[in-house]
Design a protein around this ligand. Structure first.
Ligand code: OAD
Length: 254
């Protein structure tokens, strides 16, 4: 039995997972949109999710941007405003505390989220596999800059160096992940004896391949999600519950 039986993990099951976490020497954590759900930010595939309301090919592809950069930017500007207004929740804070309790190098956070909430919670160097809402990249000279202004004006922004359109530094469908992000993430998985996965449907590759790699290596694996995922049957502990409730308890907070 690898899955917590009820709607919430039982105390003994959670305690066993917590003991495994405490005993781990090197930890890698992978997060997805579900970790920010309790901050009020929409997931992608769940009820009210982005991809239930919009077609990705209209908003999150290079072709969509070439067709209508303003439309694409308006959607990202709205997400920037919502993310800026949101606060890190107990799940983000628990992951930051887990990092602080470990020696540098013994904890790596890999996230698919672009909202910046892990950093705001205190995580120092998350690997942002899918980019960041807060970085814009010139489509001409490719210069990147951090811009946290809300609202971002004017839209669409233009590069002050070369005048070309700037785009969100987000990985769109059909695009490669940022250079070095994926090798770093796989390196962290290969070095870890425990992988903690929270708030992701595990459907999007290559990120989901990190979970498969940890399972294949025989690492201890813990998944935190209110729903079952394609990986739930393969991980050692599938803890059913909201990340903001489960993660603080998992790291031993009252
Ligand atoms: P999804 O929307 O695919 O999945 C969110 C997951 O979070 C689901 O499995 C939910 O059951 C779970 N969930 C919901 N509320 C939760 C909570 N309070 N605590 C824990 N889990 C909760 O989002 P991702 O897996 O992040 O890519 O999606 C992966 C990628 O697909 C995204 O990064 C995005 C999207 O296309 C890009 O934009 C490049």
């Amino acid at each position: 039995m690898t899955q917590s039986p009820g709607p919430e993990p039982g105390a003994a099951f959670l305690a066993a997972a917590g003991e495994a976490l405490a005993a781990a020497r090197r930890i890698v954590a992978l997060t997805g949109a579900g970790v920010s759900a309790e901050s009020g930010l929409a997931t992608f595939r769940g009820p009210g999710g982005h991809w239930r309301q919009h077609r990705p090919e209209d908003l999150a592809t290079p072709q969509a941007f070439a067709r209508d950069p303003l439309l694409v930017w308006e959607w990202y500007a709205e997400r920037r405003a919502l993310a800026a207004a949101a606060q890190p929740n107990p799940a983000h804070l628990a992951l930051a505390r887990l990092e602080q309790a470990r020696h540098p190098g013994d904890f790596t956070l890999v996230t698919q989220n672009v909202d910046g909430l892990h950093r705001r919670a205190g995580s120092t160097n998350p690997i942002e596999l899918h980019g960041s809402l807060w970085i814009v990249r010139c489509t001409g000279c490719r210069r990147e800059r951090r811009d946290e202004s809300v609202p971002l004006a004017p839209l669409p922004p233009r590069c002050s160096a070369c005048g070309a359109l700037e785009r969100p530094a987000i990985v769109w469908f059909g695009e490669r992940l940022p250079e070095e992000a994926l090798p770093r993430a796989f390196g962290a998985v290969d070095a870890a004896d425990l992988m903690l996965v929270a708030g992701t449907s595990g459907l999007v590759y290559p990120a989901a391949g990190l979970i498969e790699r940890a399972v294949a290596r025989g690492a201890m694996t813990i998944e935190v999600n209110p729903e079952s995922t394609p990986h739930s049957g393969a991980v050692r502990f599938a803890l059913r519950g909201a990340a903001g409730m489960v993660l603080p308890r998992l790291i031993g907070e009252p």
